[in-house]
Design a protein around this ligand. Structure first.
Ligand SMILES: *Cc1c(COP(=O)(O)O)cnc(C)c1O
Length: 355
């Protein structure tokens, strides 16, 4: 199988499994799991924040961040299609009593500064209190520009808002924008704009489970309480943190290979009639399929051992479990299927998942 559905499908490498086996463990509820502590210190250091907290998932990490920044009856400004608003079960509203203020986004994931400014409510008992602006980077595989990050977070700060980054794929953005291969400097250039950042270890970094929330000591202390409320403490969680630590050591720079494979796929599909390839800046390639032929193409690919997601805009994600031969096989299959495929007789279903 060449599984391009998401970078979450990776299996731990042999070296990662070794690191898991070797990890010293303790009870994290007592704060004495050395591997968890090492991971939290390492990711805080990389992101240049005072503290970090290991989380079971990106969803829980974002939710703890929102609940640590906002109180009941507060509001956060967020993109209409942002993961925290659209794909996390409405957790901020359901569990945090936080009102989302969703705004339209352009193709780069940017909300306009005018819209953001207009959405910030005056301090008045009629309104929820606008507390936070949340951005997402990478956006659909697209690294946000420094200029926009500076402008949007600067505007938020002028109005006294805090700023959170959903950086599930932060390291993909950082690697794509690294100057002279200096990834940590690139991470800092992105996250220095933000009070808090959530990063996933279980996506392109290849760990089986886990995310981290990074921010000030004060924020992380609040987030620790919310993590407890949202599902309890973790015990010998160093067994998971070991995989994340290993990923930070060994799987960050190699993201450039995933990006190169995404470009290889995009280039290999150029000029195929019925396909329109959107640029691949990191590890995600979107391919629009004409005439409702997306589902047929997906089914055909599956029969030949190539998995992807989507219906009209198909999504292909590269990761450490695929290589150039796999990508070339996928290109050949897609080209063959598009040469033979006919339009479907029934209309395409409309559900689209994001993973
Ligand atoms: C995957 C993802 C999340 C959530 O992470 P989970 O670990 O799946 O809960 C949050 N934000 C973005 C942008 C993501 O891609």
């Amino acid at each position: 199988m060449i599984d391009l559905r998401s970078d979450t499908v990776t299996q731990p490498t042999a070296a990662m499994r070794e690191a898991i086996l070797r990890a010293p463990l303790g009870d994290d509820v007592f704060g004495d799991d050395p591997t968890v502590n090492a991971l939290q210190e390492r990711i805080a250091q990389i992101t240049g924040k005072e503290a970090a907290l290991f989380m079971p998932s990106g969803t829980q990490s974002n939710l703890c961040a929102l609940m640590a920044h906002c109180e009941r009856g507060d509001e956060y400004i967020v993109g209409q299609n942002a993961h925290t608003y659209r794909y996390e079960g409405g957790g901020a509203a359901v569990l945090g009593s936080i009102q989302p203020q969703p705004l339209a986004q352009n193709a780069s994931g940017e909300m306009s500064l005018t819209d953001i400014a207009a959405a910030i409510k005056p301090i008045d008992c009629h309104f929820a209190r606008t507390r936070l602006l949340a951005l997402e980077n990478t956006w659909n595989g697209h690294p946000m520009s420094q200029a926009y990050l500076a402008q949007a977070t600067g505007l938020a700060r002028q109005h006294g808002l805090a700023v959170h980054l959903d950086g599930a794929r932060l390291f993909n953005a950082a690697v794509a924008q690294a100057e002279g291969g200096l990834v940590t400097a690139s991470v800092r250039r992105i996250v220095d704009h933000f009070d808090s950042v959530s990063v996933c270890f279980s996506k392109g970094l290849g760990a089986p489970v886990g995310s981290a929330l990074c921010g000030s000591h004060e924020l992380i202390t609040k987030a620790l309480r919310w993590r407890k409320v949202l599902g309890g403490g973790l015990r010998q969680s160093g067994i998971l943190a070991a995989a994340a630590l290993h990923a930070l050591e060994h799987h960050v720079d190699r993201l450039a290979q995933d990006h190169a494979l995404a470009k290889r796929l995009a280039q290999g599909l150029q000029g195929v009639p019925g396909l329109s390839v959107r640029s691949a800046q990191t590890n995600i390639v979107f391919v629009d399929v004409a005439d409702g032929r997306g589902p047929v193409l997906l089914e055909g690919l599956k029969a030949q051992g190539v998995l992807a997601t989507g219906l009209i805009g198909l999504r292909f994600v590269t990761h450490l479990g695929v290589d150039a031969a796999g990508i070339d096989h996928a290109i050949a299959c897609i080209r063959r299927l598009m040469a033979n495929a006919s339009a479907p007789t029934s209309p395409a279903p409309t559900r689209v998942g994001v993973y």
